[in-house]
Every structure is written in structure tokens, then in C-alpha cells.
Design a protein around this ligand. Structure first.
Ligand code: ATP
Length: 332
């Protein structure tokens, strides 16, 4: 196991500064998810940990040791990419065994390790199959097993599930959480999908334009976002946000925090509007409500309203968020 630290790290490509003076500590043995919009620098951080693109300045520490001058293969780090690289002509067993053979691990130990890891990822029965006879999810598991078998203390994953269909992604998310529990190693996982981040992370590192917006467990980011960006990036549908007068301050509330009524209620916040769209999702319904100045997405557990109906949007005082002109949340 190993912690990872970035100390005043700057990275640039062709004169473009991508990351500037970044400081971050990724805890030992935790499942940390780097999340943020495309191009915010997530992969850049991962590649610096792996040693694939050394930083321009600052230090990267693994387990307290500055690894700047340590070659990628010597860092105790394994990386799995979106386009999992497995050899099509080799069996599952040969694919998983490949790195061990290269490291001159003895045959008996290789067999033991391959069988143990293939059980962990649910591939034991498939060891003699060729990748072409496996499903996308099983192939991704081969790539994971190949990385795991070398017992890395740090496991880096860059959008490893993005080529899988929606159902398989959900299943693999659960499997990755279980693998993390079994292995106990430090997982650093990159995604732009906030649902993946929320469902798997012990800690979310939320990034935007090369800087860290917030670093916290999922429920803290959700309930106490540092700023408007965090409030709107985490949560589906995103937080409703509206203007508060001319001074640039804003208010916000989560879609599930409002109640809809046909008569004005006694809530701290109330706005009259019309239902524009209704999306029935089974256990909940999402209504879009347009008032004179705002448009809201409201999530209800009951499906009581129809399009064109006039409603009141009511929110309790303790469910409201406020943001200053600098977009930081104002604690109330
Ligand atoms: P995505 O979710 O789209 O993969 P990301 O957050 O992982 O995005 P990075 O791949 O880290 O983003 O890229 C951050 C920025 O750095 C982008 O603007 C990208 O164009 C730039 N960049 C990354 N690698 C290089 C490189 N080798 N040469 C030039 N620019 C690069």
C-alpha cells in the first residue's frame, strides 16, 4: 500500500500550462476518484503518478519517496486504460501471466497467482479461453487481472469502464469496489462521470481547468459543495441555481429538496411557475418548472402533476444554498 502526494506540481505541454502549483495528498489504501469535465487534467495527474509524463516542476511522492527520478516500471504502480490492451492470440491465462513471466516469477508461483487473481475478478472458468470469445466486460476484467497480478501498491485506472454498455458498467462498478476491498491497495480512478465517482469513491477529487475544486467524500461534496462548480457538477439533475438581485449572488437547491403544490405553501422560498416537461422514471418523476425568472428541475417521488399545470415550488430554509459573486458557497 502507498500514499501519493503532489507537492507544488506544475505540468505543461508545448508551453501550455495544464496544472499549476497543485498540492494533493491521496491516502494510502483508499479508493480515490479524480473527476471533472473533459480536458481538466485528470489523465495528466495519473500519468505523472505513473511516470509516463514527468512534471515540469514540483515533486510527486509515493509512500513518502520522491519518485521524480524513478522509472515507471520501478514505481510499484499499475495502470489500466479505457482501451484495455490484451493480446488477442493469447489465452486469458497467458494474458494474465505475461507480466509475471517477464519478471521471471517461477512457474508454480505464476500458476498460484493467476488462479487467485482470476477468482477475484470472476474469470477462473475462462482461463483457457481466447479474448475473442469473451464479452466486453470479461475482456476488461482480463486487463484488470493483468494489472493486479503484479500486486501493485498503487492501481491507476483511466476511464476503464467507458467502453462498456450501461448495464455492464453498473455491474463492474460494484465489482471494482469489491476488488478494492479484497486487494487493499491504493486505487486512483479517473472519470468524467460523476455517477461513477459518487458510487465508488472513498474520496472524490473534483477538478476543473487544472485546479482542484474540492476534495472530500461523496456525501460531503453533495451536501456541502465548496462552490457553484461543485454544486452543479455533482448530482443529476444538477442543483437548481438562480440569481439573487443585481450583486451577482446566487441561490440554489437540489431537485429533490423542493415540494410542488397547487396552492401557495408556507415554505421559506416559494416561486410560482408552470410545468413544462414531465419525465416519469418509475420510482420518481422529474418535472421542469418555468417561473417568471427561473427554470427548475424538480424530482418528486409521486407523479401528481401534468404538463401546463400551474404549481408552486417551495423550499425550506435549511435546504437553500447561497453563493457569493466569487461563486464560493457562503456558509449560513
Ligand atoms: P478527458 O476526460 O477528456 O480524458 P482529462 O481531464 O483527462 O480529459 P487531460 O488528458 O489530462 O484531461 O488533458 C488536460 C489538457 O492537457 C488538455 O487540454 C489536453 O489537450 C492537454 N494535453 C494532455 N496531454 C497532452 C500532450 N501530450 N500534449 C499536448 N497537450 C496535452
Amino acid at each position: 500500500m502507498a500514499s501519493i502526494e503532489f507537492l507544488n506540481v506544475t505540468q505543461s505541454f508545448g508551453g501550455n500550462v495544464i496544472i499549476k502549483d497543485l498540492n494533493l495528498k491521496i491516502e494510502d489504501g483508499k479508493f480515490t476518484v479524480l473527476v471533472g469535465p473533459s480536458g481538466c487534467g485528470k489523465t495528466t495527474l495519473l500519468r505523472m503518478i505513473a511516470g509516463l509524463d514527468p512534471q515540469v516542476s514540483g515533486s510527486v511522492l509515493i509512500d513518502g519517496t520522491d519518485v521524480t527520478r524513478i522509472a515507471p516500471g520501478q514505481r510499484g504502480v499499475a495502470m489500466v486504460f479505457q482501451n484495455y490492451a490484451i493480446y488477442p492470440t493469447m489465452s486469458v491465462r497467458e494474458n494474465i501471466e505475461f507480466g509475471l513471466k517477464n519478471n521471471k516469477v517461477a512457474k508454480e508461483e505464476r500458476t498460484r497467482l493467476v488462479e487467485s487473481i482470476s477468482s477475484t475478478v470472476g474469470l477462473y472458468e475462462y482461463l483457457d479461453r481466447k479474448p475473442s470469445t469473451l464479452s466486453g466486460g470479461q475482456r476488461q476484467r482480463v486487463a484488470l487481472a493483468r494489472a493486479m497480478v503484479k500486486k501493485p501498491s498503487v492501481f491507476l485506472m483511466d476511464e476503464p469502464l467507458s467502453n462498456l454498455d450501461a448495464k455492464l458498467r453498473v455491474q463492474m462498478r460494484i465489482e471494482l469496489i469489491e476488488m478494492h476491498k479484497k486487494l487493499g491497495s491504493t486505487f486512483v480512478y479517473v472519470t468524467h462521470d460523476q455517477v461513477e465517482a459518487m458510487s465508488m469513491a472513498d474520496t472524490i477529487v473534483l477538478m476543473n481547468r487544472g485546479s482542484i475544486q474540492q476534495e472530500a467524500p461523496p456525501e460531503i461534496i453533495y451536501r456541502q459543495p465548496n462552490n457553484l462548480f461543485a454544486a452543479q457538477f455533482i448530482g443529476v439533475p444538477p442543483m437548481n441555481v438562480g440569481e439573487l438581485g443585481a450583486d451577482g449572488a446566487k441561490f440554489g437547491f437540489r431537485p429533490e429538496s423542493a415540494v410542488l403544490t397547487t396552492e401557495p405553501g408556507d415554505k421559506h422560498f416559494s416561486d410560482k411557475g408552470t410545468i413544462i416537461t414531465r419525465e416519469m422514471l418509475g420510482s420518481e418523476t422529474i418535472y421542469q418548472v418555468r417561473s417568471e425568472n427561473h427554470s427548475y428541475m424538480i424530482k418528486c417521488t409521486e407523479d401528481l402533476f401534468s404538463v401546463d399545470q400551474q404549481v408552486y415550488v417551495g423550499v425550506d430554509a435549511d435546504k437553500l444554498y447561497f453563493f457569493g459573486a466569487d461563486e464560493n458557497r457562503i456558509a449560513v
